[in-house]
Structure formats: C-alpha cells, structure tokens
Design a protein around this ligand. Structure first.
Ligand SMILES: Nc1ncnc2c1ncn2[C@@H]1O[C@H](COP(=O)(O)OP(=O)(O)O)[C@@H](O)[C@H]1O
Ligand SMILES: [Mg+2]
Length: 480
C-alpha cells in the first residue's frame, strides 16, 4: 500500500470509527431505555414549553401590546389548553393576587412556585422542582409589566419530564463515548501506523548497519509500504553492486597473485637455461665456433620463448581486466578465413602438416570482427594442433558452417586428443595437461586468451575430444 493512502485511511478511520461506536452506543441506549424503562425519549415537551414561552414574550405577542389580557378568560382558557398539551398547568397573578389557576393549587404551593421561579431565574439550568402530590413541576415564570409600573406574572408549570432527562443523559453519554472512542482509536491507529513504518525502517537500519560493517551476504527483503519497499529495493541493489565490485576486486587480486607466482615459475626455467649457456660461453666450455654458435642459438631461442610468454601474460592480463578495447569491423568471414589459411599454409606444409579450409556457407556472411585479435585466436589454435600432434600423417581441417543464428568455425586436428579429465579445464589460465607440462613448451595461456577474445566478440568457444583421433575446437559467433 502507498504511504499516502495509508495516511488517508488512518485519518478517515480516526473519525469514522468513533462515530460508529457512538452511533452503536446510542442505539443500545435507546433500545435499553425503551425496553426496560418504558419511557420514550422525546424533546417535544421542552420544545412545546419554549414555543409557548416565545409566543408570550416575543415582540409580536398580544401580551406585550396589551398586558390587560391576562385578566381575560379567553386568554386563560387558551393558556390552559396550551399547557394541557404537555400535561402542564398555568397560574396567572397580578401583584401577587391570583387571577387564574388551571388547577386547585394551595396558597403555599403558589408561593413556593413563585419562590422557585425567582431563584432559578438567574441560573436557568438549576434543577429545582415544585412538588404537588406525586408530580414534579418545572416552573417557568413570565413577567408582564403594566404601564402603571405594576407587574403581572404567568407561571408555566411543566411536569418534570423523565424522557427529557433521558435525552440529556443520552447527550452526555454520547459526547463522552465519542471523546473516549476518538481518543482510543487515535492511540490504536497511531500505534499501528507507526509500527507499519517504524518496523521496516528499523529493519532497514539494521541492514544498512550490517553493510557498513562489511557483511554483504544479508539479503534485504522488501517490507512495509510501497515507498519503503522501494527504499529496500534500492538498498538491496546497492548491496548487490557493492558485493559484485568487491568480488571483482578480489578476483583481480587473486589474478595478480596467480600471475605473479606463475610468471616467476614459468620465466625462471628458460632464464636459468639462458644463464647456464652464457656461463658456458664465458667459461670457455664452448671452445669451438660451432659450439658457440649452438649455445647462442639456444640462448636466442629461449629468450624468444620468454618474450612470447611475457607477451601472452600482458595480453591476458589486459583482456582479463577489460583494458583493451576491441576494434570491430564488418568482415566477410569466408574471405577472412581463406586469407588466413593462405597465409599459414606454406609454414605448416614445411612442418609436414596438411591444412584444409572449407566454407559451407551458402551466401556471404558479414560479421563484426576485431581482425587482429581473431587472428590471434586462430594462430593459438593452429599452434596447439601443431604442438600436440602425434600422428605421422598430420592434418588440420578448418570448417566454416552456419546455423540459423550463428556462424560456427571448427578447428579439427588428428593430434593426441584431450583426456576427459583435462577437457573441462583447458580454457582456464595456466592450465596445462600434465603430459604437455613435461613434454611441450607453453604458458597455458593460449586457450585462455582465445576464450577472452571470443567472448569479447559475444561468442562461445568450446572443445570436443575425439579421443586418440584428435581434437575439435569450435567457435560460434552470432550472426549480425
Ligand atoms: N589441439 C590440441 N590437442 C591436444 N591437446 C590440446 C590441444 N589444444 C589444447 N590442448 C591441451 O590444452 C592445454 C591448454 O592449452 P593452451 O591454453 O593453449 O596452453 P599451452 O598450449 O601453452 O599448453 C594444453 O596444455 C593441452 O594439454
Ligand atoms: Mg597453446
């Protein structure tokens, strides 16, 4: 849920819930009173009384215009009738002299009524009733001034209304209920609301603390409202990125260590040889020009080997760190391969190897190639086929094929083949089969470099062993 929506709902609930509770309490109260006390709550009595009062005291009233009417019998009858509507009585006096009384009140009762009316005048809500028999009357007094400064009085006696009292009680109860439920709902909703926000925030805070401590393995789940979930997602993304960059960092570190140890080991061997031969020359062991020539040639050969190895290392390190940008150019693959074969053929022929190049493409296929680098891949593969050749009839066949999505190049030789154990590892840097290690010179970087370059082209490279019959190395490149 969105935070804004939750906020709106929470606010609405703080108003609606207390209203509902209050309505419910009102219903229960009314039901209770109506059923158990048999009284109906009505405000009509009060209303009627105030109507009569208004009629008598209002600016339009007959009484104000002509106070004399308090002596008229029609007026008495009118008032008696009005008050009878609410079971009330009326007493009319002039100068404390009784003019009319709708019921036979004793003098004491009348005096008491006057007293009550006088007393409650300044405090209209004071509860003082006139008790006559078993009826309690609410006394209201209307003073009628005469022009001669004398004074008439009309006492309106309304029986104390149980229902009216109930109504007042209900009003009080409902106000109290509303206030209380409003307060409680507010507290509950605020608590729930803050929990929905504070809990995920605390969780996030914990997660952030873990990250700052360096623990990047704690996945951050998406919790809470939408906005907080988004925050979680952003933090999780940050964690993954951070983890990735640290892993890459570690990988580079690892690479460097590996390179250093490997370089020192692989370079040490030829350099020791070089040192030995030069010492031989200096000490005069090479005492004939032929011997000196042989020694120097070996030294030269070894130095070239070292040079080649350093080149391989540098290239591999740069490719691995993605420091060398590729220089792609649209290239006709069949033509490119043909040119490459033509170039290599003489040298291979001299070494007694038969090279065949076949293109099975139905039409011209243009690929984006970094020609320089791809040449490096091809030479590395031919180089391996040459190095690990053990048959008298040496053959290498390069075939160009296509699938619906890609172009596949196969370099097949009839050499020694690759054992099952070595097959999964030959593309790893510095990996060399035990046999190669002891018999053939190499850095173990040729295929690792080839893999980096092919993958740099968005392609794949893999090996298929034909047992002792030879090896196929396959390269697939996506069509344009
Ligand atoms: N055509 C092949 N025939 C047999 N074995 C091969 C062939 N190509 C690669 N290998 C094996 O894979 C290993 C890794 O090859 P490579 O990365 O080029 O390193 P290197 O040639 O320096 O040994 C080689 O040591 C060899 O054992
Ligand atoms: Mg090699």
């Amino acid at each position: 849920m969105k935070l804004t929506k939750r906020l709106i709902l929470a606010n609405a609930a703080t108003v609606i819930v207390p209203l509902l509770i209050t309505a419910l309490v009102a219903l229960v109260y009314i039901y209770f009173i109506a059923n158990f006390f048999g009284t109906e709550i009505s405000y009509t009595s009060y209303q009627k009384l105030s109507e009569i009062r208004l009629e008598l005291t209002g600016s339009q009233s007959r009484l104000l215009n002509n106070p004399e009417i308090i002596k008229q019998e029609t007026f008495h009858a009118y008032l008696r009738e009005q008050m009878a509507n609410l079971n009330g009585e009326v007493i009319i006096l002039k100068d404390d002299h009784l003019l009319f009384s709708s019921r036979n009140f004793s003098k004491i009762e009348i005096a008491k009524a006057l007293e009550i009316a006088d007393r409650s005048a300044p405090q209209p809500f004071s509860k003082e009733y006139l008790k006559v028999g078993n009826v309690q009357y609410n006394v209201e007094q209307i003073t009628v001034p005469f022009p001669d400064a004398t004074e008439g009085k009309i006492l309106l006696l309304a029986p104390y209304d149980r229902a009216g009292q109930n109504f007042l009680n209900l009003l009080l109860l409902l106000s109290f209920t509303f206030l209380l439920s409003f307060l409680l709902t507010n507290i509950v909703i605020s608590y729930q609301f803050s929990r929905r926000i504070v809990q995920p925030l605390q969780y996030l805070q914990k997660a952030a603390a873990e990250i700052s401590k360096g623990n990047l393995d704690l996945a951050i789940a998406e919790e809470g409202d939408q906005e907080i979930q988004e925050l979680c997602r952003a933090l999780e993304l940050m964690r993954l990125k951070l983890k990735e960059s640290i892993l890459t960092q570690l990988k580079y570190e690892d690479n460097r260590k590996m390179l250093v140890s490997s370089i020192s080991h692989d370079l040490k061997t030829p350099v020791t040889t070089i040192k030995g031969y030069i010492e031989g020359i200096l000490d005069g062991v090479a005492n004939t020009p032929e011997k000196t020539d042989k020694y120097l040639k070996t030294v030269y050969h070894k130095a070239r080997q070292v040079d080649q190895m350093i080149d391989d290392l540098l290239l591999y390190a740069k490719l691995d760190l993605k420091q060398l940008p590729f220089d792609f150019a649209p290239t006709d693959v069949a033509k490119y391969l043909e040119e490459f074969c033509a170039e290599c053929e003489p040298e291979l022929e001299q070494a007694g190897i038969k090279l065949t190049c076949v293109s099975q493409l139905s039409k011209k296929q243009i690929l984006n190639l970094d020609r320089e680098r791809m040449r490096r891949v091809f030479t590395n593969l031919l180089d391996n086929s040459r190095k690990y050749m053990d048959k008298p009839m040496k053959e290498i066949k390069i075939t160009l094929r296509e699938t619906p999505q890609s172009i596949v190049l196969e370099f097949r030789d009839n050499g020694a083949g690759i054992s099952k154990e070595d097959l999964p590892h030959i593309f790893d840097r510095f990996y060399r089969s035990d046999q190669s290690r002891s018999e053939v010179k190499g850095s173990g970087l040729g295929l690792a470099i080839a893999k980096q370059i092919v993958e740099g082209h968005g392609g794949k490279i893999w090996a298929v062993s034909h047992g002792a019959e030879g090896t196929s190395i396959l390269i697939s490149l996506k069509k344009r």
